[in-house]
Design a protein around this ligand. Structure first.
Ligand SMILES: Nc1ncnc2c1ncn2[C@@H]1O[C@H](COP(=O)(O)OP(=O)(O)OP(=O)(O)O)[C@@H](O)[C@H]1O
Ligand SMILES: [Mg+2]
Length: 335
C-alpha cells in the first residue's frame, strides 16, 4: 500500500525581513533570515510540534505556510497544489482548508463584535452554511468547543481568556479545516486552563482527523501532543523525527542542549540558556557554515566552512549536522 499523499509539503521555504539600513545597492540594507531552507511534510491527521528558542522563526514559518507573510524562496504545496501569491485562487483554496490559532485570545477577536457574530462572519465569508442556518451552526460550534450557545451575544471582554481561546478554536473549526496551525495557543493562559484547551484541541484533532502544527516553547506539552517534532535553530530545522525518539535520544547537538535544559521535560520549567555555550549569534550576522557551530561542543573545522549543512535523512529522522554522533555521547566529547 502506498503512503497517503501528504496534506502539506514545504520545500526549501525562505522568509527574510529587512531590518533597517539605508538600502543602497550592496550597502546598508540588512536582512534577518527568519526562515531558511525549511522543508517538511505532514500527512492527513498528523501532529507536528515545532520547538526552539525565542526568535528562531517558529511563528514566521507558520505564517509563511499560510501565506500570511511573503516567502522569498521555496514552495508550499497543499493537497498537492502549489500555493502561490501570484495565484489568488490557490491562496483562497488554502485559506478555506487551513486556519491558524494565535497566542493572544483577545487580540485575535474584534472587541466590538459579539462572539457569535465573529464565528458567523467566518461561516459567511467561506460560504460554509446557508444564511438561514448560520445561527444554528454558530450554536453547534460553540457547543463543540465546550461553550454555552448562550454566550453568543457576549463581547470578547465579557469572557475569560480560556473562553476567548475556545472562540478562536471555534472560528478555526468553522471553515471545516484539514490543517490547523496553533502558535503558542495556550501560552497566555493559566496552567489549569491550558490543560483544558489542549485536551479540547487534541480531542477535536482526533475526531476530525485534522493535521496540526503545534508551535510551542513547552517541550513537555509537545511530547505529550505531537507524534513528530521539528527542532528549529536560527531559521532552520536542525532535527525532525518521531517525538519519542527525538526526545529520548536527541541526535543534533542543539536538540541535546535544548533538552538538557529540561531533563525531565517538566512543563513548569523553562529553558535555561546557561546550558548552551555562549550566546546565539545575531540573526543579522550569521556565522559561515553551521549556524550552531560557535556554540557546539562537537564542532570540527568543517563545521565553520561553507554553507550550513542541509537537512538529511538519518535513520528514522532528519538531521542537519555533518556528523552522526553516537546516540549516547555526551556534550563535550568529539564526534
Ligand atoms: N515583521 C517582522 N519584521 C522584521 N523582523 C521580524 C518580523 N517578524 C519576525 N522577525 C524576526 O524574525 C526572526 C524570527 O521571528 P519569529 O517571531 O518567527 O520567532 P519565534 O520562534 O516565533 O519566536 P517566539 O518564540 O519569541 O515567538 C526574529 O529574529 C524576529 O526578530
Ligand atoms: Mg512566535
Amino acid at each position: 500500500m502506498s503512503a497517503p499523499l501528504p496534506l502539506l509539503q514545504v520545500r526549501d521555504l525562505a522568509v527574510r525581513f529587512r531590518a533597517g539600513g539605508v538600502g543602497l545597492p550592496g550597502f546598508g540594507a540588512r536582512y534577518v533570515n527568519a526562515v531558511n531552507h525549511v522543508s517538511l511534510s505532514i500527512a492527513p491527521g498528523e501532529t507536528l510540534g515545532v520547538v526552539g528558542e525565542s526568535g528562531c522563526g517558529k511563528s514566521t514559518l507558520g505564517r509563511a505556510i499560510l501565506n500570511l507573510v511573503d516567502a522569498q524562496g521555496g514552495e508550499v504545496r497543499f493537497e498537492g497544489d502549489v500555493v502561490s501569491s501570484h495565484d489568488p485562487s490557490s491562496i483562497a483554496k488554502l485559506r478555506a482548508r487551513a486556519a491558524m490559532i494565535f497566542q493572544d485570545p483577545y487580540a485575535s477577536l474584534n472587541p466590538k463584535l459579539a462572539i457569535g457574530e465573529a464565528i458567523a462572519e467566518v461561516l459567511r465569508v467561506h460560504r460554509k452554511t446557508q444564511p438561514e442556518k448560520v445561527a444554528a451552526r454558530v450554536a453547534e460550534l460553540l457547543y463543540l468547543v465546550g461553550l454555552s450557545p448562550e454566550l453568543a451575544a457576549r463581547k470578547p471582554h465579557q469572557l475569560s481568556g480560556g473562553q476567548c481561546q475556545r472562540v478562536g478554536i471555534a472560528r478555526a473549526l468553522a471553515i471545516e479545516p484539514r490543517l490547523i496551525i496553533a502558535d503558542e495557543c495556550v501560552a497566555a493562559l493559566d496552567v489549569s486552563i491550558q490543560a483544558q484547551i489542549l485536551n479540547l484541541l487534541m480531542e477535536l484533532q482526533r475526531q476530525m482527523n485534522l493535521s496540526l502544527i503545534f508551535i510551542s516553547h513547552d517541550l513537555g506539552v509537545v511530547r505529550h501532543l505531537c507524534r513528530r517534532v521539528a527542532v528549529m535553530y536560527l531559521g532552520r530545522i536542525v532535527e525532525l523525527g518521531p517525538t519519542e525518539q527525538v526526545f529520548a535520544a536527541p541526535q543534533h547537538p542543539y536538540t541535546r542542549a535544548l533538552l538538557a535544559a529540561v531533563p525531565d521535560i517538566d512543563p513548569d520549567r523553562t529553558l535555561n540558556p546557561a546550558q548552551l555555550r555562549g550566546e546565539p549569534p545575531s540573526p543579522l550576522d550569521l556565522p559561515t557554515g553551521c549556524p550552531f557551530h560557535p556554540r557546539c561542543p562537537h564542532a570540527q573545522e568543517v563545521c565553520a566552512r561553507g554553507e550550513a549543512p542541509m537537512l538529511r535523512a538519518s535513520g528514522t529522522r532528519e538531521l542537519a549536522c555533518h556528523f552522526d554522533l553516537p546516540l549516547n555521547s555526551q556534550q563535550g566529547e568529539g564526534p
